[in-house]
Write a protein that binds this ligand. Sequence first.
Ligand code: ZN
Length: 301
Amino acid sequence: MTGESKKESRTNKQAIIDYVAETGKSLNDLKVTDLVQITKNKALGGKKKKAAPIRILTYDIETSLVEAQLWGSGKQYVGHDAITTETQIITVAWKWLGEDKVNALKWKKRNDKTLVKKFLEEYNQADMVIGWNNNSFDNKIVHSRAMKYNFTVNTLVKSFDIMRQVKKVFRLPSYSMAYVSKYLGLAGKLSYGGGIRMWKDIQWGPKADEKAAMQTMIAYNVQDVALTEEIYFKLRKYLGNVINVGAHRGKEGIVCPNCGSKKVKLDHSTTTAAGTIQRVMSCKKDKVKFKVTNSKYLKSL
Ligand SMILES: [Zn+2]
């Protein structure tokens, strides 16, 4: 053996020893997947690669009114051939979880192409997005505008739609963000005093009115994002989970899906109708509850 290959085999041995010690697996039980992981660990020079922090984006959009050509007023069906313009994004506001700044963009010359391009640079980085009714509205509008301009968009993004989660758990007289924030005693949504006027000024008004209305819309948009995040934190422990932050960070064993903490305890055990045992765990840090399989639970003891 040359000096070089002796050194190589020593690091191989060390990588296996480290792996066995870390995972608690027996040397005789190592499978191909384990060997692949050992090779990967070795490539990282024995140092564990620090997992990239998870990126969670809270956002909200304001969209334009569409124009339609009608014979007159009254209750009626408006077909697509009567519609003469498209829904565009007038403003978007967003905030990364863990950062203080709320960012905002507005359309240019009553066109959203640059806004969409710039916002997608943020949106496409998100591991999860948070919004109010965003599964049905905001996400799909963002996808549609990306598709319009042939831009790449992560249509598979994990999404935490607070309104949808709230509807699963609570019965409230209204599920509007304004109502829920009032119910929670939070400062509340700024109300659009002028109703549809703000949109009319922005889309068709003279310069001065357009400018003033735009400033108001951005202020509302920014405020809504801050409020969405506040409600998210306030209700977090009651609502389900759409991703597992712990697993995302490469942690093994039972980890909190919301914060990635390993400080979790058994809340209670239950069974499915088919007789499978399920364990409901609770995170000591943020009180978030989550289910794990019985085998995963037993393995963690
Ligand atoms: Zn947690």
